[in-house]
Design a protein around this ligand. Sequence first.
Ligand SMILES: [Fe+2]
Length: 182
Amino acid sequence: MFNLGNFIEDCKVSISKDQSHLGIKALVESAVSSPGDLIAALGPLEKAGATTIYHSDELTIVNVTWAPWMTVFPHNHNMWAVIGIYSGREDNVFWRRTDQPDGLIEAAGAKSLCVGDVTPLGKDIIHSVTNPIPKFSGAIHVYGGDFFNVPHRSEWDAEQLKERDYNSENVMNLFETFPTNS
Ligand SMILES: [Fe+2]
C-alpha cells in the first residue's frame, strides 16, 4: 500500500546514499505500479496544477495534474528528473539545440507514457509535455535538486521555438488556464 510519508522518506534516504536518479527511479516505479493507491493518497484529479510534495536542496517531489489536452512549451531543468505516470497519459517531445540564432531548437524524439510508465530525464534534456487525452492525467515528477532555485534555466516559445530565460510564472499561468474538468 502506497504511503506518501514513507515514499518521501525513502526518496530522501535514496538521494543521501546515491545522488544519481537510479534509486529514485526504482521508488517511482514501485509507486506507480499501484496507481489507485497513489490517487487515494494524493487526492482525485480535478484541477490542473503542480503541487510540491517535498522540497530540499537535493530533492524536489511534485505531483503534476495535467488538464485535458494541456501542453507545456519546451523547457529544460538543468538537473535530472524521473517521471512516473499514475493516471491518463503524458506525451513527451524531446528537443535539441541547433546552430541557428536565437537558441532555436528542433525535435529530436518523443516518448508516450502510460499509467505505470516511468522515464528518467537527463540533466540536459529539453522537453515539452502534452496530455493527449480528454481527461486529467497525473504524474509524479522527482527532480535531483532544488527545482525552484535553478540558475540559467531556459524555455522556448511554443510557436517559434526561440530560447528565452525560464519564467516559472509562465508555467503557473498555463496551469491556471486549465482550471476545471472538461
Ligand atoms: Fe519539465
